[in-house]
Design a protein around this ligand. Structure first.
Ligand code: DLL
Length: 432
């Protein structure tokens, strides 16, 4: 089923017209109401009436996270605070949080895009969705919540954490869908086994996982642990929250709801727009948001776009699974390494669990990478020779994929700290 046939299956020409119309109205709004944008557009020599087509997007200035911080808290709002009905905030690792505001119309649009996404994953009335994303300033919990209610599913708004209660609700309330970060899904899957819960007591058939990068290898691992089909949902608070894009049953990339969020891929160094199929930084222009539309927001997420029609019938542009964020990329002895590349090596092996950590240090002016890999309980009892064999295989596979050697340390089952939200995979001591 398709939630919004008109928008999700529009032909390219129609989509072009919708985007152009919305973009040009949005530029007028930010020019009239946000001094920051008025100045930026003036500096670029652009008058609102100049922009008539989405093809002109490439001439417009970018917005970055630091622009949001500089205008903290409400400087980028286009409406008076009396029209803002919700505020979310994401706490970065440093400095002030990033603040986003929503009007009633924005909340309706958000519920609509999440409903489209959940429908892509086959979720509908009659399903019971356990929402184990955090409820609060983080957009995960409330974002999924209203979309799930809109499709008519029964919502269990349990939020994150309290794993015992998660398992009790999952079994007693017969949850059919689990929504949380992939790392927490892996932890819940393990906990089900550990608690000795019989598989027939778990009614889950679908997972809606996102908020952090995860590989297809991790997907297989979680699908096996929970006996479900796992779908990727992507989003960021600055653009709306979860529901910027979502996977359909074909699972060949996430369909971007591009009637609301226009995507581009740029070269992060030259800022040039790249053609479809090339890897670069994802940029979004949310054109229909009322309280806080942004112009060409640089996400720092790295991916590719594809525009060929999907077998599901949707014409919406697809983005590949994110490789990672530009700011998560490690440079080890001059080689670029994304945690997701290491994850794909580790998750291909049956002896490892979905829990790992990368530790980066600088010793004698040389970067070192240590990979802590948790071994599955069934293999931990193996002989030292067998464990050494596993270690050598990981070592070899990482070296042949990345061309650098890492120190592989196998660690006991359950020794790496579990995350309930976004996992912390990297500890980089070089920054301290
Ligand atoms: O993480 C919104 C969200 C909640 C998405 C629940 C999906 C599910 P932020 O906290 O603002 O918002 O973080 C946004 O998280 O720029 C990506 O780097 C990363 N991210 C989000 N979804 C995915 C995904 C929420 N499916 C940042 N794959 C984004 C990879 C993701 N990375």
């Amino acid at each position: 089923m398709i939630w919004n046939n008109e928008m999700e299956c529009a032909d390219r020409q129609q989509m072009h017209e919708i985007q152009s119309r919305r973009l040009s109205a949005m530029i007028q709004r930010i020019y009239d109401n946000v001094p920051f944008y008025r100045n930026k557009l003036k500096e670029a020599g652009i008058e609102p009436g100049d922009i008539k087509s989405v093809d002109q997007l490439k001439y417009l200035p970018f917005t970055t996270k630091s622009d949001l911080r500089d205008n903290y808290p409400f400087g980028l709002f286009t409406v008076p605070q009396s029209e803002v009905v919700r505020i979310h905030a994401s706490s970065g690792t440093t400095g002030k949080p990033t603040v986003v505001g929503y009007t009633q119309q924005d909340l309706e649009m958000w519920a609509e895009v999440v409903a489209r996404g959940l429908t892509m994953a086959g979720i509908h009335r009659g399903d019971t969705i356990q929402i184990a994303y955090g409820y609060g300033p983080f957009t995960g919990g409330l974002g999924l919540h209203y979309g799930a209610e809109k499709v008519g599913a029964t919502v269990i708004p349990i939020s994150t954490g309290n794993t015992k209660k998660q398992l009790q609700f999952m079994t007693d309330f017969r949850a059919t869908v689990l929504a949380c970060t992939p790392s927490y899904a892996a932890h819940l899957g393990e906990s089900i086994r550990k608690e000795g819960i019989a598989p027939e007591e778990i009614k889950l058939h679908t997972g809606v996982f996102g908020a952090e990068p995860w590989t297809n290898e991790m997907r297989k691992e979680i699908e096996q642990l929970l006996q479900i089909k796992a779908y990727d949902i992507y989003g960021l608070s600055e653009v709306i929250g979860p529901g910027v894009s979502m996977e359909c049953a074909c699972q060949c990339g996430n369909h971007v709801f591009e009637d609301h969020f226009i995507p581009e891929i740029i070269n992060p160094d030259t800022l040039e727009v790249l053609p479809d199929g090339e890897l670069g930084e994802l940029v979004f222009t949310p054109v229909s948001k009322v309280a806080m539309p942004l112009l060409r927001y640089r996400t720092r997420d790295l991916t590719r776009l594809h525009r060929e029609k999907c077998d599901c019938g949707r014409t919406l542009v697809r983005m590949e699974k994110c490789l990672g964020r530009t700011d998560d990329m490690l440079i080890i002895r001059g080689v670029n390494v994304f945690p997701s590349q290491i994850e794909s090596v580790l998750m291909e092996m049956t002896e490892t669990t979905p829990h790992y950590q990368l530790v980066v240090r600088r010793e004698n002016n040389l970067d070192t990478l240590e990979v802590l890999v948790e071994i599955d309980e069934r293999n931990w009892s193996d002989s030292i020779r067998e464990l050494e064999g596993i270690r050598q295989r990981i070592d070899h596979n990482i070296k042949s994929l990345l061309g650098i050697s890492a120190k592989i340390r196998l660690v006991e089952p359950h020794s790496i700290e579990r995350s309930e939200g976004k996992a912390k995979r990297v500890i980089d001591y070089r920054q301290y």
